[in-house]
Write a protein of this length. Structure first.
Length: 152
């Protein structure tokens, strides 16, 4: 492992412990050249998941793209970064547990919407309005009506 400060390859591990609910190993390292310390994470390498989009095209799953959509929906809402990260971890676990190398984009969108619906109704409606491509105010109102009926 190269030191991020001096680029030396002479580093040593001074502490290791489980991280991310046993899904990764956190390693604290020290550079023998400059003496600075830094942290690395080791995760199991998994096969890339391809997402089948509505138009039948395929692209590699991108956690950052999913995270960006969720963060936008949760802007100025009481949803923590830890909750978003956990949601993405759960999504990825679900995708990998299917054992398939390709998953439909609809599975990802529906999973995110179901989790947002549990966390924050406003974030859910924001995400749904983009995901379901609401065309007018009536469609938006219908979704809110469904949401209100579920809460009763």
């Amino acid at each position: 492992m190269r030191c991020p400060y001096c680029n030396s390859e002479d580093t040593k591990v001074i502490d290791s412990r489980p991280a991310d609910e046993q899904n990764a190993i956190r390693r604290r390292r020290e550079c023998a050249s400059c003496g600075k310390r830094f942290t690395t994470y080791e995760r199991l390498e998994t096969f890339p998941i391809m997402v089948i989009k509505k138009d039948e095209s395929r692209e590699a799953y991108d956690r950052e793209k999913a995270e960006k959509g969720i963060v936008l929906a949760c802007h100025k809402r009481p949803v923590s970064a830890a909750q978003i990260s956990q949601m993405l971890d759960d999504l990825e676990s679900r995708m990998f547990n299917t054992g398939k190398k390709e998953v439909p984009a609809s599975m990802i969108g529906e999973f995110i919407m179901s989790r947002l619906q549990e966390l924050d109704a406003v974030a859910y409606v924001r995400f749904a309005s983009v995901y379901r491509e609401f065309k007018d105010v009536d469609t938006f109102a219908e979704e809110i009506t469904k949401l209100l009926k579920k809460k009763k």
